[in-house]
Each structure stands twice: as C-alpha cells, then as structure tokens.
Design a binder for this molecule. Structure first.
Ligand code: 3H9
Length: 694
C-alpha cells in the first residue's frame, strides 16, 4: 500500500487516510493510493461505508500543480472518481481546511460530504488559467445548480462550509471532533439500503431558465480581462444544461488538456509559485519570529498616508494618523471617510462598519504621538533632508523595538537609517497608489535592517492584504526603476514619430489596462515635470505639455483631452502639434514606427533593467520582479510578468533588439545587460536562475 495513503477499519467504516503534506495535493502517489485502498476495501468486504479523511492542516487542496505539463501517469483523477462512484457502499468525504480544485472534485465523486464549520471549498482552477478537469464543471451544477456553480467556478473564490450546506453540497456540518463525527455519519448512511446518491445521476437541479443562465455568464465574464480560462469554465458549465454527463466529461477533459498546455496557464502557474517563493526572504529563516504588532502610526495624511492608514484600520490594527496641522488632518480624515463610505455603498456593506473602522484611526498633530506605536510608516514629502530630520526625531520619540519604515518611492533608505541610532529597526515599506487598493508592497531591505524586522514587515504586509516582495536599496527599487526605462522610451517614441494613442494602443493591446500616456494623465503630469526640474533634466515633449498647464485628467488636458466628468482620453490636435514641433526643434526627422518596434521598446529596456536588478541582487529572484509588475503596475496576468514573458520571447531576440536600439539611439544604457547576454549565450532563460516549479 502507498505510504501516503493508508486505510484502517473503525467498526463498520473503513477510513482511508491521506497524509501528503503540506496540502495533500493529488500527486500520482495519492491518486493511486486512494484507488488501491478502495479496491482493497471492496475485496476485504468488511466495511459498510468508507470515510475519506485527510491528515494535517487540510483536505485535498487540488491536483498537484507541479505535475502539470508532464505526462500524466494513470490513474488520472477521473479514474479515481470512477472507482468511488462504482463502490457498492457509500463513500463519505470529511472536509477540514480547504477542499479545492481536484480535492473538491474528489469529494463531488463521493456519495456524501461532511465538513467542519471553518472548512472552505471551491474550484480555483481559473486562477491557474484552467478549468476544473475532473468533473467539477458537471457535478457541481448537479449539487448546487448551474448558476451558483458558474459563479463559484468562474470566480475561483473559496466558499464557506455553511454556504455549501445551505446549497445542498455538504450533507452535514460537524461541530467538534470532525473525524469521530464523520465516522458516525458514515456508519449511519452505511446502514441504509442502497443505491446511495451519486451526483452523476442527480439532474433535479439542472432545470434552469436558459436566459437567466446566459445573463449570469455575461456578468461572470465581465471582468475576465482577455483570459481564456473564465470563458472555458463558463462554456463547460453550460454543457451541464443539455449535454449527457459522460460526453460533457470528455469535452471538459479535452478543454482542460488544451488550457494546461497553453501559455496563459503556464504564466498563471508560474505566478502561483512565484508569489509563494517571494514570501521566502533569503537570510530570514522560519525560526526568525516577527515582532508583535498591536498598533501602528502613519506620518502624513496626504493621499499615500491616508491610504496606508486605511490599510491598517481595515485589517483591525489601531493606527495613529499624524500630521503637522489640524487642517491637514481634517482634510485627510474626510477623504478617508469618503473612501470608506463609497466602498460600503459599492459593496453593499453595512454603513455602520464605516464608523467602526474610522474609530480605529486616531488623528494627532505632532510626531511625539508616535511614541507608543509598534510600527511607524513615514509618508511625507519626497525630500531627503526632511526625511532625515523626521527619522532622527522618530528615533528619539519611538519606544525601543519599534519599527520605523519609510514609504519613499525612490530615496535611499540607508541614508534615513543613518539618521537614527537604530538602523536595524529601519526599512522601506513602499505602497502603491491608491494604497488602500493596490496589492503590491515593496519591502526595502536596507544595509542594517534586522532579519526579525523584515519578517515583521512581511507578516504585517500579509495581514493588511498586500503581496509583499523584498527588494534592495537603489533609486526607484524594482518597480519604479524599471518603469523609468519605459518612460524614457515613451518620450523618445513620440519624438521619433509615434503619437500617444498609437503607443497606448500597443501597450493596452499587450494587455496592460492603460498605456503610459493615459496613465501619465491619470497620475498628473506636473509630478514628473517637478521631479525632472529637481534633477536638472528636460524631456522636451513631456515638459512642454506640462508647462502649458496640461497636467492630465485634473485639468482635462494632458497628452489627451477629456470631456467634463469623463475619463475617456480623446486625441488632441494641439498635443500632436506640440509633439511634431518638438521633433523639429530637436532636429529629429519623424518616421513611421511599427507596432512591433513600439512593443519592443516599451518592454525590452524594462526587462534589461530587470536583468541588472537581478545581477545586483536588488531582487532575489526573477519571479519577485514578476510579482512586483503584476501586483503594482497592471502587467497582464496572462503573460506572467516581464521576466517570465521575456523567456517566452527568447533572450537572444531581446539581446539583439536591445543592441540595435542602443546603436540607433546612441544610448549605452540600452546595451544588453551582462546577465541577459550570458543567459542568451547559454541558451537559458531567467527561469533557470530560479529553480522554477511550474
Ligand atoms: C486542479 O486541481 C486541477 C483539477 O481540476 C484537474 C485535475 C485533473 N500543488 O499557499 P501555501 C504548495 S488545479 C502543489 O503557502 P497556505 C505551495 O507551493 C489545483 N503544491 O499555503 C507551498 O509550497 P512551499 C487547484 C501546492 O496555507 C505549500 O504547498 N487547487 C499546491 O497559505 C503551501 O502553500 C488550487 O489551486 C498544489 N495544488 O494556503 C489550490 N497547493 O511551501 C492551490 C499548495 O514549497 N493552493 N502547494 O512554498 C492554495 O490555494 C493554497 O496553497 C492553500 C493553502 C489555500 C491550499
């Protein structure tokens, strides 16, 4: 018998135990172990019922994703489910933790499902660019109805056990000792005469109004952002309405096999593992314990500070919001209040919740109010002298062991740490705007940042719903440093012959939600102009546009024009005249620029910078860079992040194109990075640096 799957007799019930940490995924050993155990139980003939039980923290959390893309060894999961359905005695699944994907499909093959109250269930395959491939799209509609199943499958969201019970998926919620309760349940159903209920035979819930189902499909797919899997999921669920089960199962399987071999799923599986790898910080082992964080302080009640304070409050962490004047505080608080009210209205949440969460934010004037905070996040103006003064003051004010973080987007955290006598407690926590919405949190490890301070920032980051990624100190860290390369190319493309809408169309066509110019208009063009002035550099087109008072959406004019109250960018001949005049002024002969060239120049210089970032150790793994771009900059999920996508293009092509760009623009910063050149010469990709799992 397989070591990971065993079975033992408990009275009239044969209990099959799966023990395959960490999440009891359905590896070949688990699949064959279950099938063998069922065959043995049948042959032994002693049991009146079977209980499918999982050891450790969870019921089966799905197929083993690391096996995807490799030849599948029989028995495949549908074979195992067929063995369950052919059992002459009832099989009961006992669910604790999460029954996900293939795990839920296994349970759907059982005659009954019972669960602990805190268990969750779902079919999250869509998040891996897949559809459930072992009958989930057919048996779940039979269990809970096609419309409810559609919502569960297309969202991929985890659902509470209670909902499963209410919908008829889960026969009983078992309080207390799940195993004992589940054995008792199995004994009871085993004592009943057969046949025992199988979802494959149960079509009672499949009768739905087709028009209602189609409306639900349109709604469910409204946010599928060019991904293939959501539509494939919906099409498969639709088969449950009119296609005989065995035919539908074959078609579902074929669709699964197609998606699993496709680029989108490969990209999404890469992101699944990359996100988990990013949680492992080099030099911070599992024995490093985070410091307890009971409360926080945020300095600055502007857009960023307010958003950061919301992150803490929304996670139930009391936060002191500190400003220099009562007036600033009042303004900041009123924006926070409005944001909470708008989101309660949007989500239909209880408006009383707004007062509750607002009560967690204590507004104060003066830095001395940071004295009791376990963690302080500074979000004041981007000016080093000011930051240094603030860090020195915080050092004097904060209690020993408090963590002092800066939300700077560019500046040197080491220099801020040096202004304190506790550089080990200092690091960067770079949030992205709007801070209460965007998932990315760059955690900047400075030279002396202590391992437990990093572990604390990671753990706080997760607690406040962010995807934290550790990066090193450099100008702009990972995301903005790479973005600077794109911004430089955007300006040059305009100067050489392209127009804003052409560049934006290529970038959105690639899958970004916005192109660089529409993005600039949203963020405000005055910000870039100010920063260039401080650095003593000029971007002829960007500066001419901003100097004309065209700051973007806020002035209804930027690279585009905007109609009152609307956000749709409209081409503006005035801007196009500014662009053509700038080319003339700088003696550049305008030429048609192909979409291919635009895409290459938007992405390859960023990838090149990513290679330098890896070479310098500013990011630990290429997957970390991908997680930054997916969660902070709208890089299309279907493409898996810039470094993953670069591998799919092939590094030799990127190297050669960059060398051409560098020559044409006479710009040595575009020369291919050493790491990229080496990998290309070795015929490898960035994934070779990471020990990629998927
Ligand atoms: C599927 O089922 C297809 C079928 O329809 C068709 C089949 C024919 N496989 O997330 P964590 C690893 S598709 C392999 O940190 P948590 C993970 O990499 C699958 N490995 O824990 C990590 O490894 P490491 C549908 C897996 O407690 C470790 O387990 N199912 C798998 O925060 C701990 O993971 C899903 O999509 C897997 N399926 O969250 C569920 N799952 O320690 C995917 C996890 O080396 N999993 N690992 O970094 C999850 O959503 C979360 O892992 C879960 C636990 C909620 C279960």
């Amino acid at each position: 018998m397989s070591a990971v799957v065993t079975h033992a007799q408990h009275g009239a019930v044969a209990v099959i135990s799966i023990n395959s940490p960490p999440v009891n995924a359905l590896s070949h050993a688990v699949r064959s172990g279950i099938a063998d155990a069922l065959t043995a139980i049948k042959a032994e003939g002693k049991a009146k019922a079977v209980l499918l039980w999982c050891g450790g923290r969870t019921f089966v959390a799905g197929a083993d994703i690391t096996e995807f893309g490799k030849p599948s060894k029989p028995p495949i999961l549908p074979d195992v489910i067929a063995v369950i359905e052919a059992m002459p005695i009832p099989v009961v699944a006992a669910i604790h933790g999460t029954a996900l994907g293939g795990g839920l499909e296994l349970a759907l093959g059982c005659h009954y499902r019972v669960a602990s109250l805190d268990a969750k269930w779902g079919l999250p395959e869509v998040k891996l660019g897949l559809l459930p491939g072992a009958g989930g799209t057919q048996r779940l509609p039979r269990a809970i109805g096609p419309i409810a199943a559609l919502k569960v499958i297309v969202s991929g969201a985890h659902q509470p056990a209670k909902l499963g019970h209410d919908l008829g998926l889960i026969a009983a919620i078992i309080p207390g000792d799940l195993k004992a309760g589940a054995i008792a349940f199995a004994e009871t159903v085993g004592a009943k005469a057969g046949p025992h209920p199988r979802l494959r035979d149960d079509t009672a819930k499949l009768e739905v109004d087709r028009a209602k189902f189609d409306t639900a499909v349109t709604e469910a797919l409204s946010k599928s952002r060019g991904l293939e899997a959501p539509a494939a999921c919906a099409a498969a669920v639709a088969m449950s309405l009119d296609t005989p089960l065995d035919d539908a199962l074959k078609l579902e399987r074929a669709s699964f096999m197609k998606l699993v071999a496709g680029d989108q799923s490969k990209a999404q599986r890469h992101l699944f593992f990359a996100e988990r790898e990013a949680a492992k910080v080099p030099g911070v082992g599992p024995d490093v314990r985070p410091r307890p964080i009971k409360n926080a302080a945020v300095l600055g009640a502007g857009t960023m500070g307010g958003g950061i304070a919301m992150c803490f409050a929304s996670a139930g962490i009391p936060v002191t919001l500190i400003e220099q004047t009562e007036e600033n505080l009042k303004r900041g608080l009123s924006i926070i209040q409005k944001n909470y009210e708008a989101s309660a209205k949007r989500t239909g949440a209880d408006p009383a919740g707004v007062a509750k969460v607002m009560a967690l934010i204590t507004p104060k004037v003066g830095l001395e109010h940071a004295k009791d905070a376990d963690i302080v996040v500074e979000a004041v103006f981007e000016e080093m002298a000011l930051k240094k003064t603030i860090f020195a003051t915080l050092d004097a004010v904060c209690k020993p062991g408090a963590i002092i973080a800066s939300n700077t987007s560019y500046l040197d955290i080491d220099a801020m740490a040096a202004a304190t006598k506790r550089p080990g407690d200092v690091l960067g926590m770079h949030f992205f705007s709007p801070a209460n919405v965007m998932k990315l949190l760059e955690i900047v490890r400075a030279k002396y940042t202590a391992p437990d301070v990093l572990a604390t920032a990671m753990s706080v980051g997760r607690k406040i719903g962010k995807v934290p990624v550790v990066v090193g100190v450099c100008h702009g860290f990972v995301g903005n440093r790479m973005l600077a390369q794109r911004s430089k190319q955007s300006e040059l493309l305009l100067l050489e012959g392209a127009l804003p809408h052409e560049v934006d169309a290529v970038v959105t066509g690639f899958g970004f939600p916005m192109g660089p110019f529409a993005m600039g208009d949203l963020a405000g063009l005055d910000i870039g102009m100010r920063s260039r002035k401080e650095r003593g550099v000029r971007a002829e087109i960007a500066d001419t546009i901003a100097e004309a008072g065209r700051y973007g959406q806020k002035t209804q004019k930027g690279y585009y024009r905007y109609e009152e109250g609307r956000r749709a960018p409209i081409r503006d001949p005035e801007v196009e005249a500014i662009i053509v005049a700038a080319s003339k002024k700088l003696g550049v002969t305008r030429r048609p620029i192909s979409n291919d060239e635009i895409l290459g120049r938007m992405l390859y210089p960023m990838i090149n910078e990513g290679a330098r970032i890896l070479d310098e150790g500013v990011a630990a793994r290429p997957g970390d860079i991908d997680i930054v771009w997916i969660n902070g900059y709208g890089f299309p999920i279907a493409k898996g992040g810039p470094m993953h996508w670069a591998d799919s293009v092939g590094l030799p092509k990127i190297r050669d194109d960059l060398a051409r760009f560098a020559k044409a623009a006479n710009d040595p910063t575009l020369e291919p990075a050493q790491l990229l050149v080496r990998l290309a010469a070795e015929g490898k990709g960035f994934a070779s640096l990471a020990g990629a799992k998927a």
